[in-house]
Design a protein around this ligand. Structure first.
Ligand SMILES: Nc1ncnc2c1ncn2[C@@H]1O[C@H](COP(=O)(O)OP(=O)(O)OP(=O)(O)O)[C@@H](O)[C@H]1O
Ligand SMILES: [Mg+2]
Length: 280
């Protein structure tokens, strides 16, 4: 009882302080998997989009959030052209729910914007508002998939701190491993011990995927003193390239292709194992 009252009082004081200083509410914890990777072009958006579509195909109501704020791509891969997005929410004060866009694949998209440099230089306060807006939109959805940008920018690291699960996408390229390690190192410096799972994309076969994951695991164990979980792998597949060009998710356009099968398996694993209690 005393504890509850103390917590409430502290929360009230914190809220008062925030109001007095003009700071936004603290960072929320989201029922989200954040797809990230450090390196550009490793397949983060393809994975995030198709994972969300596969989850919808399994009866879920996922919200996909495009956090590549200045170079948004998720709308392109889903074949929609939303007129407004997070730019209008963060910089224009629009209601976040009003920019959520339905797609033909059972996924709702919180879109970003393309070519908006101002979105790539948000303050800490604006980041807090951004993720509070995402939290508001998450209500009514079973889970959230965050598509992050390349790099170790604050928007990326903040997304990783808010998400219950981090899905680290890597490829067998050595530069992908070094960039993924760099991102992991930054994440560990903010919040050690987060639930990080590795998906190996564009691998030739399971053995190559496992060996790739193992290389990152060894470096993470040795230099960061933490382990990583192998979440799965997605083969290099022409069907995925064709689907991108057709602006359709591969799980919808070529559901029996090897990439689509692998992405559906990943979605099934998330639900079956309920990663980090991701669904509220
Ligand atoms: N498993 C795969 N098989 C074949 N091609 C793939 C695969 N995964 C991704 N690609 C190709 O790689 C391209 C880049 O993928 P994607 O846009 O998802 O990468 P990204 O990591 O989101 O890039 P960015 O860092 O620029 O946001 C896709 O357009 C697709 O053609
Ligand atoms: Mg991307």
């Amino acid at each position: 009882m005393t504890t509850t009252r103390t917590v409430r009082r502290t929360g009230g004081q914190a809220a008062g302080l925030r109001a007095a200083t003009g700071l936004a509410a603290p960072l929320p914890t989201l029922p989200a998997v954040a797809v990230t990777g450090g390196k550009g072009g490793v397949g983060k958006t393809c994975i995030a989009v198709n994972l969300a579509c596969a989850l919808a195909g399994l009866g879920q109501r996922p919200l996909l959030v495009d956090l590549d704020l200045g170079l948004a791509n998720a709308d392109v891969l889903l074949g929609v052209d939303p007129p407004r997005g997070l730019a209008e929410v963060i910089l224009g004060g629009a209601d976040p729910a009003s920019v959520v866009t339905a797609t033909p694949h059972g996924v709702h998209l919180l879109p970003a914007a393309s070519g908006r440099e101002d979105l790539t230089a948000l303050s800490e306060d604006q980041h807090h508002r951004l993720f509070q807006a995402v939290a508001r939109c998450a209500g009514g959805h079973d889970l959230v998939v965050l598509d992050t940008a390349a790099g170790i920018h604050r928007t990326v690291t903040t997304a990783l701190r808010c998400a219950r699960v981090v899905l680290l996408a890597i490829t067998p390229d050595p530069t992908s491993l070094t960039d993924a390690y760099a991102l992991l190192k930054v994440l560990e410096s903010h919040e050690p011990g987060r639930d990080v799972r590795v998906v190996v994309n564009q691998a030739g076969n399971l053995a190559e995927a496992q060996a790739t994951c193992q290389r990152l695991r060894e470096v993470a164990r040795r230099f960061l003193g933490r382990d990583l979980v192998f979440a799965g792998w997605i083969p290099r597949d022409r069907a995925l390239t064709d689907a991108v060009r057709a602006r359709r998710p591969v799980v919808a356009m070529r559901p029996t292709s090897p990439a689509a099968v692998a992405l559906r398996q990943l979605a099934q694993r998330i639900l079956a194992e309920d990663w980090a209690g991701i669904r509220r």
